[in-house]
Design a protein around this ligand. Structure first.
Ligand code: SF4
Ligand code: SF4
Length: 210
């Protein structure tokens, strides 16, 4: 039978029983100290001296993608530090798992106030739709991934979800505005004049006689 070079035919067991003790010892020694042993050792030593691929969790953690959808955060405005959420309810409506609840009321100043905002993390599937739909960039997916719980239903409430005032930075992860947002904004006719160096005075003026 013609075999590939890498394959070797072992003597069938039925014949080995008929071999003498000395013949069997020789075959065993040959098999043990053949090049197979060294090729296995080479693989093991290569893995031993190569750079490590594991980390020392929880002392170390693997880097997350900037678009990773971890536990939600409610953002504040950078200038005034006021809450961004306006209680429009879009995130509650779009949530496929029906796990967001917002309680709002009319404040003393006549404006809508968000009394509480809760997410049931036991139901949430981290689809990101709430962050995608939010018109105020108020709800985003932060970078906290450790959210194991002994309860099937466990809730995050507004005080935990709301960003602390001391750590105010524009969020760059999932739910934030994209880096090339300006390029994707639908242009108005005047933008084309600006891009093509046409003097703005020669652009058609808005009809104010309506
Ligand atoms: S988080 Fe955003 S979408 Fe949800 S209620 Fe607040 S403003 Fe509206
Ligand atoms: S990530 Fe998806 S499932 Fe979770 S709260 Fe947002 S919309 Fe609901």
């Amino acid at each position: 039978m013609k075999l590939h070079n890498d394959y070797r035919l072992l003597t069938p067991r039925i014949n080995r029983d008929k071999q003498s003790f000395l013949a069997r010892v020789i075959i065993t020694l040959k098999t043990t100290f053949s090049l197979d042993l060294f090729s296995g050792l080479k693989t093991a030593l290569g893995a031993f001296f190569s750079s490590k691929v594991t980390i020392h969790y929880p002392l170390e953690s693997a880097p997350l993608s900037p678009r990773y959808r971890a536990i939600h955060k409610l953002q504040r405005l950078l200038e005034s530090e006021n809450e961004r959420c306006i209680g429009c309810g879009l995130c509650e409506k779009i949530c496929t798992s029906n796990c967001i609840r917002i309680i709002t009321d009319k404040g003393d100043d006549g404006r809508k106030k968000i009394l509480n905002y809760s997410i049931n993390f036991g139901r949430c599937i981290y689809c990101g739709l709430c962050a995608e739909v939010c018109p105020e960039l108020a709800i985003v997916h932060g970078d906290l991934v450790e959210n194991a719980s002994t309860q099937r239903a466990f809730f995050g409430f507004k005080p935990q979800l709301l960003e602390h005032k001391s750590s105010l930075l524009e969020f760059g992860g999932f739910g934030s505005i994209s880096m090339n947002a300006d390029e994707r904004v639908k242009k108005v006719p005047l933008s084309y004049c600006k891009d093509s160096q046409i003097p703005l005075e020669s652009a058609p003026q808005e009809n104010t006689n309506v």
